[in-house]
Design a protein around this ligand. Structure first.
Ligand SMILES: *Cc1c(COP(=O)(O)O)cnc(C)c1O
Length: 402
């Protein structure tokens, strides 16, 4: 009765079918949730992870669970990855990967603009274990090469990057990393597998915050790491099972349900984001709009080549940013003034420049100056949701004035 999902199907079909199978007992078409923490065994087995085998029966949910596995298989299918582990959050995915791959004395090269949680963790927590990092502008692949040291163990990029929407040429940076025998990690949360499949461009690991577009409904937190079977199995057997940051089967089920509609949602997110970006670009109170789909984006050509969708994230600079932020927070009606992104509801948040600089990675003087020049007094980060774009533009126009 069960037919495995096919890898030659289109992305939309794989999003729906990936990882799912008809329940053999009941014939249920939609996926079940298996919440059980433990599984009955008819064979005395050990407790050590060293006895953990790929095709084992389920033992304990921290080791593996059918509902979590369904989500992992759906994500593998979307990212064209051999293997995947789903975790409790995007940060659990990030920390599991970094603690799994790095040890005391190691060094990493990282995008000089990236998600604040990643930046803070690398700067403040990894340094406690004697792991150092060099932030670089990864949009220039040649700068990555100059930052590599004898003890460098990985290269980490985020594209499009939060909150500047700067892009990194994944294939170019993969070439640099591989020339030094280093793995390339791509945080592809903003792009989603609808826009970009980093593994097909040479990346070795992909990180997602599933909380964002892939879950898509703003009601469940999760994360994932994808890559080759060998690399992901090594992380599963050590970092995932021992650090224990696994996802709840209930959240895995919610996120898999969201992932089924990802391609359909991304089409509308991207179309509406383009309309909002063009509206903002033409508004007299707006100084600059950053959206990969705009021809004014300095890397629009790379966006066209690397992204099948420009996604729904944009940022902009307004005159009198701080005062405007206070007005947005009080007066927006359709947008929620809130962190996070990728939900059905449109979200906006204010990223003041001094705060971004003081909480981010330890940038050098030139990098700090470049960020200040780019961001002015701050950036509004906008996640364009699934409302009608005319209502979104009207909401913005009402607060920005004419
Ligand atoms: C949200 C986010 C994360 C962290 O994910 P959580 O699910 O909140 O832990 C990491 N990277 C990017 C780019 C994000 O947007």
């Amino acid at each position: 009765m069960h037919k495995a999902s096919r890898s030659d199907h289109h992305l939309e079909t794989r999003a729906v079918h990936g990882g799912e199978q008809v329940d053999e007992l009941t014939g249920a078409s939609a996926p079940n949730i298996v919440m059980s923490s433990t599984f009955v065994s008819d064979d005395p087995a050990g407790f050590s992870i060293k006895e953990f085998e790929e095709d084992r029966p389920y033992v304990y949910t921290r080791w593996g669970n059918p509902t979590i596995e369904m989500l992992e298989k759906k994500l593998m299918s979307l990212e064209e990855a051999e293997h995947c582990i789903a975790l409790a959050s995007g940060m659990a995915a990030t920390t599991t990967l970094l603690l799994g791959l790095l040890e005391s004395g190691d060094h990493m090269v990282i995008s000089d603009v990236c998600y604040p949680g990643t930046a803070e963790y690398v700067r403040e927590s990894l340094s406690k274990y004697g792991i150092t990092s060099t932030p670089v502008d990864t949009s220039q692949a040649e700068l990555v090469a100059t930052a590599i040291q004898p003890n460098t163990k990985l290269v980490w990029v985020e594209t499009p990057a939060n909150p500047t929407l700067r892009l990194t040429d994944i294939a170019a940076v993969a070439d640099v990393a591989h020339a030094h025998d280093l793995p390339l990690v791509v945080d592809s949360t903003f792009a989603t597998p609808v826009a970009t499949r980093p593994l097909t461009l040479g990346a070795d690991y992909v990180i997602h915050s599933l909380t964002k577009y892939i879950g898509g409904h703003g009601d469940s937190i999760g994360g994932a790491i994808l890559g080759s079977r060998e690399r992901i199995e090594a992380l599963r057997n050590d970092a995932m099972i021992h650090l224990g940051g696994i996802i709840s089967p209930f959240n895995a089920w919610l996120i898999a349900r969201g992932a089924a509609t990802l391609p359909a949602r991304m089409r509308m997110h991207a179309e509406s984001a383009m309309q909002v970006a063009e509206f903002l670009e033409g508004h007299p109170a707006v100084l600059q709009v950053n959206y990969p789909g705009l021809s004014s984006h300095p890397q629009h050509a790379l966006a066209k080549q690397q992204m099948d969708s420009y996604s729904g994230m944009l940022s902009f600079q307004a005159k009198e940013g701080d005062a405007t932020a206070h007005r947005f927070a009080k007066e927006l009606e359709v947008f929620h003034f809130a962190v996070s992104l990728g939900h059905s509801r449109s979200l906006m948040y204010w990223v003041p420049t001094e705060e971004a600089l003081s909480t981010g990675l330890s940038l050098n003087a030139a990098q700090t100056e470049r960020y200040r020049e780019f961001a002015g007094d701050g950036l509004f980060r906008v996640s364009v949701g699934l409302e009608h774009p005319d209502d979104l533009c009207e909401d913005l126009a009402r607060v920005l004035g004419n």
